[in-house]
Ligand binder design. Structure first.
Ligand code: PA5
Length: 297
């Protein structure tokens, strides 16, 4: 769920094309019916105490699935110890679940690779890490706004409601991450939709209203389907009269992993700069923590 479950979305969108079996991300209390003893279940929860994740872990164990859990501790670690199922401890030096994406995604990629479901990701991971180091320099706090794409994007979204669009494929996980980081860091509404599906419904709801309070950010990249470029232009033209600004944001890289993580890094920085512009603290998430406390009573 949330800042932990996003690792599943990111890995699915980066590796679905190469994995010979479906990668399904479950965000709820129950596993799908087809999930049986032949299935590999990876239960991710930074705290290890998220009730939905713990419930799915237990269901997977009872159904005889191969289960690997990852957490910094909590009930998930305790259940894994008592059931003698593998558990990976997420290092405790991370301040919050959504900052642990690198760890949780790496663990998931490692488990998929170790199970023979995807190839050795070593080279791709190393190239992605180098590309992210370079990107962090270009969009970090020391870079002035006029040379800093993330600060520029923050200025665009700070007083509007962002609609994060991308095309099906490697950037889907990035679109979800942009939405959730804007929610949690900048404390603002944000929504995500996927092309081409949004051309079959969402544009109808946007084209003829005053949509000036929204801004659509389209996460683009080199691996998108050749029809996407024409689709984005046609979509932009059709919604133009509503006052909706449709702005392209390009991810870098030639591999799915680079694409998804370059877009994520840009969005993560942009969401924190948006928080600063909106005068809110990006770190605490009191509303969702309050909800957890209320449900625990
Ligand atoms: O960012 C957050 O704090 C939340 O989205 C959490 O990640 C979410 O509630 C799930 O908790 P955990 O990551 O501990 O499983």
């Amino acid at each position: 769920m949330g800042g932990s479950g996003i690792a599943g979305d990111v890995v699915r969108s980066a590796f679905a094309a190469e994995c010979p079996v479906p990668i399904s991300v479950t965000k709820g209390y129950r596993l799908p019916g087809w999930c049986r003893s032949h299935s590999l279940v990876i239960a991710l929860s930074f705290s290890g105490d998220t009730e939905e994740t713990v419930a799915c872990y237990k269901e997977a164990f009872e159904r005889g699935c191969t289960v690997v859990a990852a957490s910094a501790g909590g009930r998930l670690a305790a259940a894994a110890a008592s059931n003698r199922t593998p558990h990976v401890t997420v290092p405790g030096d991370v301040s919050m679940p959504r900052a642990a994406l690198g760890y949780l995604a790496s663990i998931t990629i490692g488990v998929l690779s170790g199970s023979g479901l995807i190839g050795d990701p070593g080279e791709s991971v190393a190239k992605t890490a180098d590309a992210l180091d370079a990107l962090a320099d270009r969009v970090g706090p020391d870079q002035p706004t006029h040379e800093n794409e993330a600060k520029g994007l923050a200025a665009v979204v700070a007083d509007r409601i962002p609609l994060v669009w991308t095309s099906e494929g490697p950037a889907e996980g990035a679109a979800i991450r942009w939405k959730t980081q804007l929610n949690e860091n900048a404390k603002m509404p944000a929504f995500h939709s996927i092309l081409p599906e949004l051309d079959h419904n969402e544009i109808e709801g946007l084209a003829t209203v005053d949509a000036g309070q929204f801004v659509a950010l389209v996460l683009r990249h080199a691996l998108e389907h050749p029809r996407v470029a024409a689709r984005v232009e046609a979509t932009r033209a059709l919604v133009a009269r509503s006052g909706l600004e449709v702005r392209d944001v390009w991810g870098a890289g030639a591999t799915a992993l680079e694409v998804v993580f370059s877009l994520i890094m840009l969005g993560d920085f942009a969401s924190v700069y948006t928080a600063v512009l909106r005068g809110v603290d990006p770190t605490p998430v009191p509303v969702l923590m309050g909800l957890k406390e209320r449900l625990a009573r």
